[in-house]
Design a protein around this ligand. Structure first.
Ligand code: SF4
Ligand code: SF4
Length: 332
């Protein structure tokens, strides 16, 4: 029987989401990377190592996830992975679209890397490639199979939008064959070009989300795969918390901006910045000022940038609070 639990923000672990470049070989319709805000640089390996060290100096335990753009386009990614291990990061993950450039798999070992995560947005090429680009389905599956046969632990990430919500159930037989260790369902964000793509609104409605996601997640968990998905809506009995106030998550971009809330990434609201390789706070007003605001609707940034997903009753009270985007349900 699958076990479901809400994964509270860990108060003891620090998570570093490190975008080492913003360049990518793909042009996914829902890509959240915004080079105007995030920079176009490819960070040198010396800078990557200094920025990694800035967090291990500050926090006792930290996990790092290397991201892009496509992080395997960085020729020094293998060295960055090994440096993170040497610096004492508790876990090291790389998120990839599956192309695995620069012969990445031959330059790291399963002991260097805790997880290699592959993004796939459809169970068949027709669905996935319409969102992520021609040939990306094939590249992702072949990359995942190579990683598994070389002994790496793998995850798969499926970003749900209106364009592929109903295809999620078709992932069940595919996952039964591929058997990644973990499956992450993400909801299309309000960042980058996520919401409006090619004139079509890809945002999923609350009703559709609740109709499909928990049910299909349970089916996938029954395959023995750990499934994680965002909580999105809180029950009345649940208490709202903003991860910006109670947890340590840092989203680093190549231009040195460091955010604590991913929903703020399209704006110069970052609360930290790397300057001369040291981490410094930014002047007010920044995202941390917004985290303090206590509102009936839950997440403040959601209310500011995406009020359309809040439903009110006849008395003007929100029917659900919108959960922090970093709050997850986990089923295993
Ligand atoms: S693979 Fe990732 S970074 Fe590249 S275009 Fe797609 S969503 Fe954006
Ligand atoms: S998503 Fe909302 S609740 Fe979560 S860190 Fe950002 S502002 Fe706070």
């Amino acid at each position: 029987m699958a076990k479901k639990e809400t994964v509270a923000f860990s108060k003891n672990a620090t998570n570093i989401f490190f975008h080492i470049l913003t360049a990518c070989n793909l042009k996914c319709r829902h890509c959240y990377i915004n080079p105007e805000q995030h920079g176009r640089e490819m960070l040198g390996i010396g800078t990557i190592e200094k920025w990694l060290a800035a967090f291990t100096g500050k926090f006792r335990t930290a996990n790092v996830i290397f991201l892009g753009g496509e992080p395997t386009l960085h020729p020094d990614l293998p060295q960055a992975v090994k440096s993170a291990r040497r610096l004492g990061y508790q876990s090291v993950t790389v998120d990839t679209n599956g192309y695995l450039f620069h012969d990445f798999l031959s330059k790291v070992t399963p002991s260097d890397l805790d997880y290699l995560s592959f993004s796939l947005d459809g169970a068949i090429p027709e669905v996935n490639d319409a969102l992520r680009g021609q040939g990306s389905y094939e590249a992702c599956l072949s990359g995942l199979q190579k990683a598994k046969s070389s002994g790496f632990s793998t995850s798969m990430i499926y970003t749900v939008s209106r364009a592929n919500l109903d295809g999620l159930e078709s992932m069940v037989p595919l996952l039964s064959d591929l058997k990644p260790d973990r499956f992450f369902i993400q909801v299309i964000g309000i960042r980058g070009k996520s919401v409006e793509s090619m004139g079509q609104n890809l945002q999923v409605s609350p009703d559709d989300w609740l109709r499909v996601i928990p049910r299909v997640a349970r089916k996938i968990a029954d395959l023995g795969i750990t499934v994680t998905y965002p909580k999105v809506f809180l029950e009345r009995s649940e208490t709202f918390e903003c991860a910006g106030n109670v947890a340590d998550n840092y989203f680093i971009f190549p231009n040195g901006r460091v955010y604590q809330c991913p929903l703020c990434e399209d704006f110069p609201l970052h609360s930290y910045q790397f300057a001369e390789d040291g981490l410094v706070g930014t002047p007010r007003i920044n995202e941390a000022d917004l985290f303090q605001l206590n509102i009936a609707e839950g997440c403040v940034i959601n209310k500011l940038f995406q009020p359309g997903n809040i439903v009110y009753d006849d008395d003007g009270n929100p029917v659900y609070q919108i959960a922090c985007c970093l709050l997850k349900e986990e089923i295993s």
